[in-house]
Design a protein around this ligand. Structure first.
Ligand SMILES: [Zn+2]
Length: 209
């Protein structure tokens, strides 16, 4: 069975997702901040965190990765390498946005299109989803029909394209070709706000009419 807990973190209310299988093998997707709250939940459920997964390098998706890596001795995977500069400049970017400075770090391994990431009995295929940031990826579980796709597609909206490496036309192409090919009942867990489905966004998303 697929288990999921979403904890909105920081002032950005970024959806940090904790997922686990029936043996309590777990991963944290986009540990964006508020490490203590994430740890508290994980300990309350006795989960074994194996991996920390990252959709893209924006600060509200990565600020708690290093503290959690130290605490759980977990492997850090993603995003795709094109977001490298965002990881390298994390301290400055934190300052710009008024957050306490977080040291720069790099993932243990970059991911790319068609890589497979296993978390216990759960399995995710990687798709490169550029447009919001150049190295943005999504984690797709085709068995359970759920994707963690960060700031690409939101309920009735799309990710911003005015930040480093953003590109509106590319984002629309990404959604059309790499998300709208999924079944209508595929669930989308977005980086902010409520979840949605592919079918719902095909029908009602004003940016993709
Ligand atoms: Zn973002």
């Amino acid at each position: 069975m697929f288990n999921l807990q979403i904890i909105p973190v920081t002032a950005f209310q970024q959806n940090c997702s904790i997922i686990w299988d029936d043996d309590k093998n777990a991963a944290v997707i986009d540990a964006g901040g508020d490490a203590e709250r994430i740890i508290q939940f994980i300990e309350s459920q006795n989960l074994h965190v194996q991996k920390l997964l990252i959709t893209h390098g924006h600060l509200d998706h990565i600020m708690a990765v290093e503290p959690l890596k130290k605490y759980f001795n977990a492997e850090v995977l993603g995003s795709q390498q094109e977001d490298k500069i965002l990881f390298e400049q994390l301290p400055q970017i934190c300052r710009e946005y008024g957050f306490p400075e977080v040291p720069a770090f790099l993932p243990d391994r970059w991911l790319q299109e068609d890589d497979i990431v296993d978390v216990g009995k759960l399995s995710f295929k990687i798709r490169h989803l550029p447009g919001h940031s150049p190295g943005h990826i999504g984690f797709f579980d085709f068995e359970n029909k759920i994707t963690f796709s960060g700031d690409v597609l939101f309920k009735n909206s799309i990710g911003r394209t005015d930040l480093y490496g953003g590109d509106f036309d590319q984002l629309i192409q990404t959604i059309r070709h790499k998300m709208f090919d999924l079944d209508d009942d595929f669930i989308v867990i977005s980086g902010h706000g409520s979840h949605t489905t592919i079918g719902c966004e095909k029908k009602t998303n004003p940016f993709l009419k």
